[in-house]
Design a protein around this ligand. Sequence first.
Ligand code: HEC
Length: 138
Amino acid sequence: MMVNLHTVTFNKSFTQLIMRILKIFSFCLLCSTIGCYYDVEEELYPTTGCSTDDMSYQNDILPLIDTNCYQCHDAANNFGGITLEGYDALKTYADNGQLVGVISHAAGFSPMPQGDPKLLDCEIEKIEAWISQGTLNN
Ligand code: HEC
């Protein structure tokens, strides 16, 4: 009788142990499955990032310059004697290479936007593409 009771108790806690291991295992399996899901998603959509076709001054470039540069370089706050406000003003710095120089933090140029993080790669690519597509006033 004593032995039987002991066996029952043993079996019960052994079953609990197995259940616990199974729970932990399936949790780990779930985690690694989620990990795989994201890996695959990244491989499937590698270029969702940056579209640089047909750049428009009005729609693509002006909003970037307005947001990141106008607080120091609009006509009123022309820090360093530099205004980037309006197409003609910006084109001057696009043509002389300073615009790409400062935003890509190239050697020999003051890194811009001053005191703020570098523009995103995609934003820099858009400005470079706008220039290589002819610096259009479009
Ligand atoms: C917080 C203020 C501030 C912001 C924001 C800022 N600039 Fe400037 N920028 C300055 C000052 C001050 C100077 C002059 C001193 C210097 O060259 O560092 C300057 C100089 C420049 C020059 C001349 C650099 C040279 O090498 O002679 C260019 C071109 C320029 N900025 C472009 C930009 C562009 C493009 C942006 C936005 C992406 C930007 N700046 C954002 C303050 C700013």
